[in-house]
Design a protein around this ligand. Structure first.
Ligand code: FE2
Ligand code: FE2
Length: 198
């Protein structure tokens, strides 16, 4: 498999893992009466907001999409859709942030709305990633030329770009923090049943 495709898919897996975790915690906040630790919820929302925005989408928007559009004009409509979804995703995450603030300010109200916002965002993002993996990447593998892959692979390898490399390390640290803070079964943190400062 091409390096760039391996990287894209592995980034999708990281986003997916945090989305799954957030869904579980939103369900716990809705169904249990213990006050969530808001720090971990904020970290997770930050991750699914900033990781695609800063690290993942730029690779697709700047490198993969334009080259594929050039080599395979029939992919244009699909690429337009995916670009529009990148913009829409950024808006949907604002709804999620607002729902999280409402949950924290109005606890125990707001848990149902927060859970619904998390589920809506997760559904939207999974659909987007599936579209890329099942429709876009096969087209890329069929139509891009070796020189395209050479340029794309180079752009995707974060260690050739010090800023992207730094960001990648930041996100790895944030991911570790989420795992350390989130209660079981999502992570290794203290259970929410204990009195918590949030
Ligand atoms: Fe995308
Ligand atoms: Fe993607």
């Amino acid at each position: 498999m091409k390096d760039a495709i391996t990287i894209l898919k592995s980034e999708h897996r990281s986003i997916s893992a945090v989305l799954h975790g957030l869904q579980q915690l939103a369900r716990m906040a809705h169904e249990a009466t213990v006050r969530p630790r808001f720090q971990v919820l904020r970290s997770m929302v930050r991750y699914i907001d900033e990781y695609p925005e800063r690290l993942h989408h730029p690779k697709e928007d700047r490198h993969l999409f334009p080259r594929l559009e050039e080599r395979a004009p029939q992919a244009k409509a699909l690429i337009e859709e995916l670009r529009a979804e990148h913009v829409m995703g950024a808006q949907l995450i604002r709804d999620l942030e607002q729902a999280l603030v409402a949950l924290e300010v109005g606890w125990q109200g707001g848990a149902k709305a927060f859970r619904a916002a998390v589920d809506a965002y997760a559904e939207f993002h999974w659909k987007h990633m599936r579209k890329e993996e099942q429709q876009l990447l096969p087209l890329a593998e069929r139509h891009l030329l070796p020189e395209d892959w050479k340029a794309i692979d180079a752009a995707f390898a974060a260690n050739t770009d010090p800023i992207a490399g730094m960001r990648e390390r930041d996100f790895e640290q944030l991911f570790t923090r989420i795992v350390n803070l989130a209660p079981a079964p999502v992570g290794l943190g203290d259970p929410w049943a204990k009195p918590a400062s949030g």
